[in-house]
Each structure stands twice: as structure tokens, then as C-alpha cells.
Design a protein around this ligand. Structure first.
Ligand SMILES: CC(C)(COP(=O)(O)OP(=O)(O)OC[C@H]1O[C@@H](n2cnc3c(N)ncnc32)[C@H](O)[C@@H]1OP(=O)(O)O)[C@@H](O)C(=O)NCCC(=O)NCCS
Length: 157
């Protein structure tokens, strides 16, 4: 399966259990079902589907901020057996396009300092470190806050 064979589309309520399964397979401190349910109408809550199965998702929203709307990538995961094939990057690019279309001028996110795959993905999409938040995660690990200027970001359209 390549990213071109997967469909990236807005989430639907019927996808949420599959999203939750991927979330639980991906994180030690997974979001609960209700957290996804609350965000279901966000324009940048996307899923990747292949052969009728949900194999990845991205959740992002836009917050008004004194005339400079900020996009926030809140969650991104690909099912373990579908990783390493370009889907995470395809979801991120589609999400950034949605955020920009929704009016965001910048996108930011938090990533675990030790999450090398995710950090490499974000760095190669133009995200740059803004600051470190000490002990951001429950297990005491620091978060790095990364941001990309969506006016300059050109990938994916
Ligand atoms: C991060 C994640 C979404 C990437 O998804 P993916 O589909 O495997 O990623 P892609 O195949 O699109 O790879 C995109 C880039 O990510 C980086 N990457 C992916 N897997 C990697 C690995 N095992 N080691 C190092 N870098 C890796 C590379 O920069 C890669 O680009 P390249 O293929 O040009 O080298 C996936 O690993 C995942 O779901 N991880 C668990 C959840 C998570 O950590 N989410 C991010 C929270 S901030």
C-alpha cells in the first residue's frame, strides 16, 4: 500500500472506534473516546482509509489569536503495520492544507523529545523548535513545541 492508494478524508462518527484502536496501539497515555468525539466536527480531523479499513488519522484545530489564527496539530498516528510507507507525511500535509484553508497562518504542535520518527517527520516538513516545555507529559518527559509558518509552507499544495 502506498499513500496514493489510501484515501484521506474527513472523519465520520463510524470511524471513531478504529481511530481509538490506533491511538491505543500508538501511545502509552492514549486519549479517551470522548476526546475524539468532541473534535469530530473540526475541519482538520482526518482519517486515512485503505480497503475499507482506517489505518491512520490526524486531529488538528484552529484557534483565533488576535488576528493571527493558530492551527494546532493535536494528534497524529498511523497503525503500526502501516508505518514507514509515507502515510504519516501524507496525513500531515493534508492536515496543514486544511488548517491553512481554515485561515491558520501558523501551525504548531507538541512532540515528545525522544520521539525521533515524529521529530524527523516534522523537521522535514519545515517545523522548527519554538520552546521546550519541561515535564509536559505525565511520565515526566519534556515536550518540544514546534511551529511552521503556513504562508511559507509549500508542500502538498
Ligand atoms: C510518527 C508517525 C505518525 C509517522 O508515520 P509513518 O506513516 O510511519 O511516517 P512516514 O512513512 O510518512 O515517514 C515520514 C517521515 O517520518 C520519519 N520517520 C518515519 N519512521 C521513522 C523511523 N522509524 N525512524 C526515524 N524516522 C522515521 C522520516 O523522516 C520519514 O521520512 P522519510 O521516509 O523521507 O525518511 C508514526 O510513526 C506513528 O504513528 N507513531 C506513533 C504515534 C506518534 O508518535 N505520533 C506523533 C505524535 S507527536
Amino acid at each position: 500500500m502506498t499513500p496514493a492508494e489510501a484515501t484521506i478524508r474527513s472523519v465520520e462518527r463510524a470511524d471513531l472506534l478504529a481511530v481509538l484502536r490506533i491511538e491505543r496501539a500508538s501511545f502509552d497515555d492514549p486519549w479517551p473516546y470522548g476526546a475524539f468525539e468532541r473534535l469530530i466536527d473540526e475541519p482538520a480531523f482526518l482519517v486515512a482509509e485503505h480497503d475499507g479499513a482506517i489505518i491512520g488519522f490526524l486531529v488538528a484545530d484552529v484557534t483565533p489569536n488576535a488576528g493571527r489564527d493558530i492551527g494546532h496539530v493535536k494528534d497524529l498516528a498511523v497503525s503500526p503495520e502501516s508505518r514507514g510507507r509515507g502515510l504519516g507525511r501524507a496525513l500531515l500535509r493534508a492536515g496543514l492544507v486544511r488548517l491553512r484553508t481554515a485561515g491558520a497562518t501558523v501551525a504548531k504542535l507538541e512532540v515528545r523529545e525522544g520521539n525521533d520518527p515524529a521529530r524527523s517527520l516534522y523537521a522535514t516538513e519545515g517545523f522548527e523548535p519554538v520552546r521546550r516545555v519541561e515535564r509536559y507529559y505525565e511520565d515526566g518527559e519534556d515536550a518540544l513545541v514546534l511551529a511552521v509558518d503556513l504562508g511559507e509552507w509549500v508542500h502538498g499544495g
